[in-house]
Design a protein around this ligand. Structure first.
Ligand code: PMP
Ligand code: GLU
Length: 395
């Protein structure tokens, strides 16, 4: 059967793929420790599940407006005001089927074929593939552990071409956990304004910043930058609601109204019951957010020093999200248990098949020489996983 040329270039998501392989091995009776999956391991808090049951009992089981129910948009706008002092109108919000879908909507509304988007590597696997799906082009600017994964502003400026229309900022970052400094955000925003670029700010991990660090997004800089920025967020990571599929974008009314039109044809509204659950998440008690963050921080504080003990791993401490991204180049170009390991994919394969630990190779994030490990799993699993890693890499 015919498959379009554009589609032929699209690879499946390696994060979802690795997590699925680990699950399959577990079903086959193999005791795999999964560091691959990028989703909180906590149950969705009770009061949120209860709101979903109540929504069904109240008959909220029909189509809603394509861009989401008014109450949820109002709650999103209120939380932006309360948390960051940012004023939006509910008409500047479109609720989507997850943050991933919000991003996809943005590319569809923003990009013409050949348009370029500046993307910082290591990047989340779906950014570049989504841009490809709509015929756009990613211009990748590399960052590294030495500079705490902050982009070099001169390099970014030099990357802008007459086809560049947007810049995608993800802070806290998946896969590095890096949080951009205010200086970085200011510098990037300056470049965006100078070249009339739209800033897409993926803030899905904004509530997972450790050591009392504060989130700072480009829209907080000035009204001018806010007007050029589209924020992507959702309930998946903050409230452990990955399966509910509720995310959103916030931006200038005119752009958001176009996105809503696209969505009205493509998916109609996001799930009505899940929207009421998301409403309860945003308007209900927030202690669950702090409690989960505390757990993640405890895990990070165990994991980073433990990985630093393993020969050949260089592991910066992530300031946010729930990933570590150790550099593993010392193990590449070597043999482990008689197996030749030349790249991060082979290393991840080796760790999965020989040590029964699933990780995601750095190459999936545009950064060869690294592995991504998620610490969204219990401390016991982390301890066992570290021990296996130790044995697999040091013998
Ligand atoms: N952005 C980043 C960086 C992510 O890691 C994820 C998680 N998959 C998303 C967006 C989208 O999450 P969701 O679609 O579950 O809202
Ligand atoms: N964001 C998560 C990850 O990176 C979930 C899987 C995905 O959507 O890519 O693992």
């Amino acid at each position: 059967m015919k498959i379009s040329q554009r589609t032929q270039q699209i690879a499946p998501s390696p994060t979802i793929g690795m997590a699925a392989r680990a699950k399959q091995m577990q079903r086959d009776g193999i005791d795999v420790i999964s560091f691959a999956v990028g989703e909180p391991d906590f149950p969705t808090p009770d009061h949120i599940c209860e709101a979903a049951r109540q929504a069904m009992a109240d008959g909220h089981t029909k189509y809603t407006p394509a861009s989401g129910i008014a109450e949820l948009k109002e709650a999103i706008v209120q939380s932006m005001q309360q948390e960051f002092g940012l004023t939006y109108d509910p008409s500047g919000v479109c609720v989507c089927n997850g943050g991933k879908h919000a991003l996809m909507n943005i590319w569809q509304a923003l990009l013409d074929p050949g348009d370029e988007v500046i993307v910082f590597a290591p990047y989340w696997v779906s950014y570049t593939e989504q841009i490809k799906i709509v015929g756009g082009q990613s211009t990748v600017v590399m960052t590294d552990a030495d500079s705490n994964f902050q982009p070099d502003l001169d390099e970014v400026r030099a990357t802008v071409s007459d086809r560049t229309v947007a810049m995608l900022i993800g802070s806290p970052c998946n896969p590095t956990g890096a949080v951009y400094t205010r200086r970085t955000i200011e510098g990037l925003a300056r470049i965006a304004l100078d070249h009339n670029l739209t800033i897409i700010s993926d803030e899905i991990y904004k509530n997972l910043i450790y050591d009392d660090g504060q989130h700072f997004g480009p829209a907080m800089l000035s009204d001018e930058v806010k007007q050029a920025t589209i924020i992507v967020d959702g309930v998946s990571k903050t409230y452990s609601m990955t399966g509910w599929r509720i995310g959103w974008l916030i931006g200038p009314d005119e752009f958001v109204s176009k996105v809503s039109s696209i969505q009205s044809h493509q998916t109609s509204n996001p799930n009505s019951i899940a929207q009421y659950a998301a409403l309860a998440a945003l308007t209900g008690p927030q202690d669950c957010v702090g409690q989960m963050r505390e757990q993640f921080q405890r895990r990070r504080d165990y994991l980073v020093p433990a990985l630093q003990q393993i020969a050949g791993l260089r592991c910066p401490k992530p300031a946010g999200a729930f990933y570590v991204f150790p550099e593993v180049t010392a193990h590449l170009g070597t043999e482990l248990a008689g197996q030749r390991i030349d790249n991060s994919l082979q290393l991840a394969e080796y760790l999965l098949t020989q040590a029964h630990i699933s990780t995601v190779p750095g190459s999936a994030f545009g950064a060869e020489g690294y592995l991504r490990l998620s610490f969204a799993c219990s401390l016991d699993n982390l301890r066992e996983g570290v021990q296996r890693l130790h044995q697999a890499l040091e013998g």
